[in-house]
Design a protein around this ligand. Structure first.
Ligand code: NAP
Length: 281
């Protein structure tokens, strides 16, 4: 029987621990961890994600500071807002909901976030430090996946890991995190020519493409660890999971696998940032 990498279960268990730590901070330091969320424009999916993150804060006793900016906000106006939050001692983490409207220079805005408050792990500096195995908050989806793999004691060292997708928030940091755990990593993308063949070499496969059921089950070898980062309205991911579940060593269900770990990791890192500011880490 394949191991179910149950992100929902792990995130609920972790929340119990986070709640206790938040209580301790409130009792000892008269302080509350605060995550600032910035939503630019009115994209309904982004608004839903921001709401879910605010709800997750509430569940563990943390606060969120919601900042909603007009669609027409410029890059410099957004950077100014981020700098205000950087300077605000009450704010421990800053989340800029991705994607921002196309006229905004998203990379410059991400990189304006203070490294100590980059709890979503989106800055270039944070990526560099994480890659060099220095202390940094990890990009939440790949780091959530790493936490899940660790929880279920999935061996990584010496394994062939194939990641389909190379986005700055998912595929690239995922590759560095797996490399840092001594996996042998291959990154695939839209110009990769022999994708099925490369996927068939994976002991550990991460699907992060953004196309429903794009990775076919018959490309995947028996006993692979199958991680599906995708989530689509039709309640499926980027991998055609049905055909592989029974042949896999372990897999992430969709929903209930990677998704809950992303928000959980954001909450965890906001809490860690607050603890670091208070000298509790
Ligand atoms: P993205 O920025 O759109 O990146 C998609 C990646 O897939 C790109 O690197 C792209 O290659 C590659 N790709 C596209 N078509 C391909 C093809 N035909 N063959 C091989 N590679 C191809 O997406 P993302 O933000 O990384 O997200 C990826 C998936 O993860 C999505 O399904 C998204 O919904 C999901 N996601 C989930 C969470 C969560 O919390 N669960 C969070 C973030 C994202 P190029 O670089 O060459 O264009």
């Amino acid at each position: 029987m394949a191991i179910v990498l149950d992100g929902k279960k792990l995130s609920l268990e972790s929340e119990k621990d986070f709640s206790k730590r938040v209580e301790k901070i409130k009792a000892r330091n008269f302080s509350t961890p605060i995550l600032a969320t910035i939503l630019v424009g009115s994209d309904p999916a982004s608004a839903t994600y921001v709401k879910m993150k605010g709800n997750a804060c509430k569940r563990v006793g943390m606060d969120s500071l919601k900042i909603e900016l007009d669609e027409a906000t410029t890059t410099s106006e957004l950077i100014k807002k981020i700098e205000e939050l950087n300077a605000n001692k009450d704010v421990h983490g800053i989340l800029l909901q991705h994607p921002v409207p196309v006229h905004i220079d998203e990379r410059s805005c991400f990189d304006a976030i203070d490294i100590n408050k980059d709890v979503d792990g989106v800055t270039s500096l944070g990526f560099g430090r994480m890659s060099m195995q220095e202390r940094a908050y990890g990009s939440c989806t790949p780091y959530g996946i790493m936490r899940l793999l660790k929880e279920y004691k999935i061996p990584l060292e010496g394994k062939s890991a194939v990641i389909v997708g190379r986005s700055p928030i998912l595929g690239k940091p995922m590759a560095m995190m797996l490399l840092n755990e001594n996996a042998t990593v291959t990154i695939c993308h839209s110009r990769t020519t022999n994708l099925p063949e490369i996927v068939s070499t994976a002991d550990i496969l991460v699907g992060a493409v953004g196309i429903p059921k794009f990775i076919k089950s018959d490309w995947i070898k028996d006993n692979a660890v199958v991680v599906d980062a995708g989530y689509h309205p039709e309640k499926c991911g980027d991998i055609d999971l049905e055909g592989i579940i029974s042949r896999s060593y372990a897999y992430t269900p969709v929903p209930g696998g990677v998704g809950p770990m992303t928000i959980n990791t954001l909450i965890m890192q906001t809490l860690e940032s607050c603890e670091a500011q208070l000298g509790l880490d």
